[in-house]
Design a protein around this ligand. Structure first.
Ligand SMILES: [Zn+2]
Length: 113
């Protein structure tokens, strides 16, 4: 089960992760569930699939097809709008990483907020 912190904060991280992979290749639900699980995020299909649908509605992903053999294997790729968003998010993630992760390691620092 997802904790409140997962829903509140991590949903955005997962979407960035999904955009990243959809920029590299076709992705689909079961593959994404395994990929996120490898990173320690055990999403349920009930969380992932609505997120994919919202990302599609927002114009960041497009459906590319269905593999004939696998069950419900709807595939997705990133759109040009999704690619622009990912580019911006990459900059923001990098800035956030520098401040939240790297600065935190070198704390305490006086006179900074
Ligand atoms: Zn990944």
């Amino acid at each position: 089960m997802l904790s409140a912190a997962d829903r509140e904060i991590r949903l955005g991280f997962w979407k960035i992760h999904i955009l990243h992979h959809a920029a590299l290749r076709e992705v689909w639900g079961t593959w994404l569930l395994e990929e996120l699980a490898e990173h320690g995020h055990s999403l349920s299909p009930g969380t992932l699939y609505p997120a994919l649908t919202r990302m599609e509605r927002n114009g960041w992903l497009r459906r590319t097809g269905t593999a004939p053999h696998a069950r419900a294997r709807q595939t997705f790729r990133i759109t040009p709008a999704g690619r622009r968003l990912l580019k911006e998010l990459r900059r923001e993630v990098t800035a956030l990483y520098k401040e939240v992760a790297l600065d935190a390691e070198s704390e305490p620092k006086a006179g900074r907020s």
